[in-house]
Design a protein around this ligand. Structure first.
Ligand SMILES: CC(C)(COP(=O)(O)OP(=O)(O)OC[C@H]1O[C@@H](n2cnc3c(N)ncnc32)[C@H](O)[C@@H]1OP(=O)(O)O)[C@@H](O)C(=O)NCCC(=O)NCCS
Length: 151
């Protein structure tokens, strides 16, 4: 298995992962066209973030995640958000996410300008909670509020 930056040619796999993840974790059917444009937009501007993907020895993408940015004036630094975490069902419990997360952490620490890493997770997604905690992340003391304008 290898970890590398996502590239424009990975778009179809990343779109499929997003659709599968929404279906699996929230029972939601996302609009493919919208997600396709949303993934493409990441490759169009580095300011939006970047994907990391895990590939098998035959070069198939077996897992991925998206990093986006939040500026923290409290810390005068950037917080990386991990989003769109997905590992192909046949590849789970084989350390794919662990490798992706280690790569994110190493990259963030090496830059020196990243103040921390955050993510949000569906309250009912017990597996994901266990995964994040087993890798050393702690449940934050914030609740999240939102207003939806689309979807
Ligand atoms: C959550 C997810 C990304 C984990 O990926 P993964 O590659 O299977 O995770 P790893 O194999 O790297 O597991 C790392 C550690 O997490 C824990 N873990 C993994 N799967 C677990 C499970 N089903 N139950 C409990 N703990 C689990 C273990 O401690 C594991 O280490 P170990 O195997 O050495 O014991 C994967 O299950 C997934 O894609 N789920 C569907 C999509 C999803 O929920 N995304 C997150 C949205 S916020």
């Amino acid at each position: 298995m290898q970890i590398r930056r996502g590239q424009p040619g990975d778009r179809d796999a990343l779109v499929a992962f997003n659709l599968a993840m929404a279906r699996e974790t929230e029972g939601r059917e996302l609009d493919r066209k919208t997600v396709n444009a949303g993934v493409a937009a990441v490759f169009q501007s580095e300011d939006r973030g970047f994907y990391l993907v895990a590939t098998s020895t035959d070069n198939k993408i077996v897992g991925g995640l998206l990093i986006t940015y939040e500026w923290s004036d409290w810390r005068n630094g950037v917080i990386w958000w991990i989003q769109s975490v997905y590992v192909e069902p046949g590849w789970r419990r084989r350390g794919v996410y662990r490798r992706l997360y280690e790569a994110v952490k190493t990259d963030a620490l090496e830059r020196g300008s990243v103040a921390g890493i955050r993510l949000y997770v569906e309250r009912e997604n017990a597996v994901a909670h266990s995964v994040y905690e087993s890798l050393g992340m702690k449940l934050a003391h914030y609740d999240m509020y939102e207003v939806d304008f689309v979807l």
